[in-house]
Design a protein around this ligand. Structure first.
Ligand code: GDP
Ligand code: MG
Length: 692
């Protein structure tokens, strides 16, 4: 089937989200296999999985970069993005969710709702993404359906609606009972390609009927018309049931739950049916809105129509053996090969020299693509992740870019020679354009190059890419925590700038107050009346504010949790100057922050350790020695789960420690939670001097 002919209503843009190891990649492999796209099944543990195509991923057995792929099922075009489960790559999940219309949440039938599945579930909530759930690994010992449903209710505040019952569990897992069609599906073929559908056997009938009753009632309650039908006919047709489930799912009132074991090739085809039947098409979700790049108060919505001007979000940039590739989610209009488009934020022109429909490791060239599609484009040079691109000559629109968390860890790199330094700068620029949670800067005092990212693994992989993929010789330092600074109380500051530059006089004076707020993101308010500060100068003041937040007075760390209110200012006739307002604002902020006083802030992580009971004492004892705050100890199957808040500074190399404490049987996951004040007695170690 040609993709061009797929009506909008038959497109599904979906992602698969889960805790690491729940089976996303294995499930994706099976999906591609059954949908006829692949003729061999890749296996994660053999390093041949099709979606995990980067060398690093195959060696480490994890999914780092989300790869987009298109397949067809039941006359529907499904654009699938495989997202990583490791929180070091949380940006990948964020940007995928931003452009997807629906998702499959994979849970492990033994592990249930694990820490990262909770995180990605909340991310999906934030982006209003409808979901179906797949409880995987029902062949594993300890697998159970009800406890996963219970955890979904308790930990995710979800409303799971079970559409299947398992036939046997663990070694005995054979297939599923389909509650919508009231049939029994047994997977008797090793590859799972064929299966036997029959009437439900006696032993499951009563339970199935009970579930069906619940299903009918849930569906009937969703819609008056269906309720009428249900009350008069005492049942509903399969089509009515499906339509009801679809509506409830798209409205995010329920999560349909499917069951299976991807590794054992069971339950994947019904999951594919559910993706098509219940997840929304691009026209079932609210129209994407954006604003005028010049005036954020003017908003536009992007209609998913080919007749509208072209508008798309660049949500990912990769660079491989074929060169750079920009992934676009198209919201309206068409993109033709060779088209010129404009990057809304910078107004720079780009040319779509080739358009590709992507498979994990190959691509098909397309001449024209339309709304709802996810494609890779080559030829773009300037668009960065999060940028909007629009048709040349049309109204420019800026769509809301995905939100990315602050970096928490940094590492120095040193090129081995001057030649390497130039090459390194080029590579760093490229990598940071691709990955919005990776950035770099030159330290003002030491002249060292500092890389910042989301975790030890994140920086480790970046270092490997620099040295191995780009062949730049360099030494790397130990990873360190990226601290922040915050004002302690509030303070008033004044800044003045007066100078003659290039034959022109520049003068500005700015008065402002700083105070502490709970949100990390610095906030600026300009309350000075127009008679005192002309609105023309607001941009210059904003630049000064941004500059003033870059480094704090204690250790030059970025300033967070600060609100700045510009209360007054002045300039002289003929001396008005943007440079002067920017510089005066920065000076006023330094003054105010010094008066308020500053304190050091550190990243606190949310930590979850899963361990057999016998090692729990040792693990908790060790956590107590790391300034951790134990919050909850729960059970998961026959394992104990410890939840704690942990200062990142104390958690370096924890992977090795936790293995040592549990003969390799405990595992953990960790993600940024918040910033909190560093205990005063630690300051001098961090700063290298005592600020008193
Ligand atoms: P991901 O990290 O979520 O992408 O998970 P993977 O697909 O890489 O799977 C993690 C591990 O679990 C691999 O060793 C898989 O072979 C295994 N696995 C995946 N699905 C199943 C399943 O249904 N049953 C069992 N027993 N193992 C599975
Ligand atoms: Mg994976």
């Amino acid at each position: 089937m040609s993709a061009k002919n797929t009506p909008l209503g038959n497109i599904r843009n979906i992602g698969i989200i889960a805790h690491i190891d729940a089976g996303k990649t294995t499930t994706t492999e099976r999906i591609l296999y059954y949908s006829g796209k692949e003729h061999r099944m890749g296996e994660v543990h053999e390093g041949t999985a099709i979606m995990d195509y980067m060398q690093d991923e195959q060696e480490r057995g994890i999914t780092i970069t989300s790869a987009a792929t298109t397949f067809f099922w039941q006359k529907h075009q499904v654009n699938l993005i495989d997202t990583p489960g490791h929180v070091d790559f949380t940006a990948e999940v964020e940007r995928s969710l931003r452009v997807l219309d629906g998702a499959v949440a994979v849970f492990c039938g033994v592990g249930g709702v694990e820490a990262q599945s909770e995180t990605v579930w909340r991310q999906a909530d934030r982006y209003h993404v409808p979901r179906v759930a797949f409880i995987n690994k029902l062949d594993r010992s300890g697998a159970e359906v009800e406890h996963v449903l219970q955890e979904m209710r308790e930990r995710l505040a979800a409303h799971p609606l079970q559409l299947q019952l398992p036939i046997g569990l663990e070694d005995e897992f054979k297939g599923v009972i389909d509650i919508i069609n009231m049939t029994q599906i047994i997977y008797d073929d090793e590859t799972g390609e064929t299966f036997t559908t029959s009437a439900i056997s006696e032993e499951y009938l009563e339970e199935a009927e009970l579930h069906r009753l619940h299903l009918l009632e849930t569906v009937a309650e969703s819609d008056e018309e269906l309720m009428e039908k249900y009350l008069t006919e005492d049942t509903l047709s399969t089509d009515d049931i499906k339509a009801g489930i679809r509506k409830l799912t798209v409205d995010r009132k329920i999560t349909p739950v499917l069951l299976g074991s991807s590794l054992r090739n069971k339950g994947v085809q019904p999951l594919l049916d559910a993706i098509v039947d219940f997840l929304p098409s691009p026209k079932d979700v609210p129209e994407m809105t954006g604003h005028d790049p010049e005036d954020h108060n003017i908003t536009f919505s992007c209609k998913p129509s080919r007749k509208e001007p072209f508008c798309a979000l660049a949500f990912k940039i990769t660079d491989d053996q074929h060169g750079p590739l920009t992934f676009l989610r198209i919201y309206s209009g068409e993109l033709n090969e060779g088209d010129r488009v404009i990057v809304s934020s910078s107004k720079r022109k780009e040319r779509a020299s080739r358009i590709w429909r992507m498979h994990a490791d190959h691509r098909d060239r397309e001449k024209v693509v339309g709304p709802g599609e996810i494609v890779g484009v080559s030829g773009f040079k300037f668009a960065a992740t999060g940028d909007t691109v629009c048709a040349e000559g049309a109204q420019l629109i800026e769509l809301e870019p995905p939100k990315f968390p602050a970096t928490v860890i940094s590492m120095a790199v040193e090129p081995r020679s001057n030649d390497d330094r130039d090459k390194l700068m080029e590579v760093l620029q490229k990598l940071s354009r691709e990955d919005p949670t990776f950035n770099y800067r030159t330290d003002d005092e030491t002249g060292q190059l500092i890389l910042s990212g989301m975790g030890e693994l994140h920086l480790d992989i970046i270092a490997t890419r620099i040295t191995r993929d780009y062949k730049v010789a360099c030494n790397t330092g130990n990873p360190r925590v990226t601290y922040r600074e915050a004002v302690v109380g509030s303070g008033k500051g004044v800044g003045e700038f007066e100078q003659t530059m290039g034959g022109k006089d520049h003068y500005a004076k700015v008065e402002l107050n700083v105070s502490r707020i709970s949100s990390s993101e610095p906030e600026l308010k300009i309350s000075a009346p127009e008679s005192v500060i002309n609105p023309y100068s607001h941009q210059a003041i904003t630049d000064g504010f941004n500059g003033g937040c870059i480094s704090g007075p204690l250790g030059g760390y970025p300033i967070i949790q600060i609100a700045v209110d510009v209360t007054s200012g002045a300039t002289r006739e003929g001396w008005e100057s943007e440079v002067a307002f920017t510089a005066a604002t920065e000076a006023a902020m330094r003054d105010a922050i010094n008066k308020a006083g500053a304190e050091l802030m550190e990243p606190i992580m949310s930590l979850e350790v899963t361990t057999p009971d016998e090692f729990m004492g040792g693990i908790i004892h060790d956590l107590n020695g790391r300034r951790c705050e134990i919050q909850e100890i729960g059970d998961r199957g026959n394992m104990k789960v410890v939840h704690a808040k942990a200062p990142l500074a104390e958690m370096f190399g924890y992977a090795t420690v936790v293995r040592g404490l549990s003969t390799g049987r405990a595992s953990y996951s960790m993600e940024p939670f918040a910033f909190a004040p560093v205990p005063r007695k630690k300051w001098s170690d961090i700063l290298g001097y005592d600020p008193e």
